[in-house]
Design a protein around this ligand. Structure first.
Ligand code: HPA
Length: 302
């Protein structure tokens, strides 16, 4: 990436900000080398290749506690990984067995609003791709835009809107991962959506379905922005997930996305938005969410 001074500088800036090793990316091969080093390091610490990676959103971290034979890897030990900065996000990978399947859970993700470059926000996804992980479950907390939703609802993500976000694929394409202009018609795998719906039904868990809109944050949206997003077709809004999903699809991974609706989005109720409300609802919904995701993993591919 040395031919792209912007990319080079921003990576160096990021490294300074996060106190990480500075990787000098003189060309595409050097850039790939960064991902390979991280993948090799993780592989050297774990047994076997996980089939599924799960990115745990706000309040869902406890899912990692159900993983058997866990190997915990701090992000700060993985070459090239940024460190998380948000309180309540632990910042480690937990690899092991869940429901009889080999999984890798990501406890704490990198948000654009924390100041990372967009390429750093999705670094882990490319590393998972290189490790040969073929399925990705992304979870998050989101504000409900669809007025039939209620705080505490779980929503299967059927599609997303990311007009207002920089693309994680911006810059020179790394052909090893995928094509320059990847298709996004089925960002969220249709058969996985049907599969998750079936599992939820068999467990008596009600699931909503809808379109997730990405907002850069960290401020919550204005009521006018929420009305605009509704007019565009969004059912929920949040500050994560979409860059990861775009990158995962570029790598050819199959994606299932689930949001916990933690609050009604700005302007729907006559009250201010408060991060503690978001965390409270995430905690209250945690048990059902964890049961559902664990069962989805346990029956994955069967
Ligand atoms: N907006 C954006 N992100 C969020 C929200 C919201 O209302 N709730 C949880 N994450």
């Amino acid at each position: 990436m040395g031919n792209d001074p912007g990319m080079h500088n921003s990576n160096a800036n990021h490294a300074r900000k996060c106190g990480n090793t500075v990787y000098k990316c003189e060309n595409v091969d050097d850039h790939m080398e960064m991902y390979r080093k991280a993948a090799d390091y993780i592989n050297s610490r774990i047994d076997g290749t996980p089939g599924i990676a799960v990115v745990l959103g706000s309040g869902l971290g406890p899912l990692a506690d159900s993983i058997e034979q866990p190997v915990e890897i701090d992000y700060r030990d993985i070459p090239g990984f940024p460190e998380t900065t948000v309180a309540g996000h632990a910042g480690k990978l937990v690899c092991g067995i869940l429901g009889g399947r080999r999984v890798l859970a990501m406890k704490g993700r990198f948000h654009y609003y924390e100041g990372y470059d967009i390429s750093q926000v999705v670094f882990h996804i490319r590393v998972f791709g290189l490790m040969g992980i073929s399925g990705l479950i992304v979870t998050n907390a989101a504000g409900g835009i669809n007025t039939s939703f209620r705080p505490g609802d779980l929503m299967l993500i059927t599609d997303h809107i990311s007009f207002f976000a920089p693309s994680p694929l911006r810059g020179r394409n790394l052909d090893e991962f995928g094509p320059r202009f990847p298709d996004m018609c089925e960002a969220y795998d249709r058969s996985l959506i049907e599969y998750a719906e079936g599992i939820a039904e068999s467990m008596g868990i009600e699931l909503k379905k809808g379109v997730y809109a990405f907002a850069q944050g960290p401020m919550y949206e204005t009521p006018a922005e929420i009305r605009a997003l509704r007019a565009l077709g969004a059912d929920a809004v949040g500050m994560s997930t979409v860059p990861e999903v775009i990158t995962a699809r570029h790598c050819g991974m199959k994606v299932l996305g689930i949001s916990c609706i933690t609050n009604m989005a700005a302007g729907i109720l006559d009250q201010k938005l408060d991060h503690s409300e978001v965390m409270d609802t995430a905690r209250k919904t945690e048990k059902a969410f964890i049961r559902l995701v664990s069962e989805i993993i346990a029956r994955w591919g069967s």
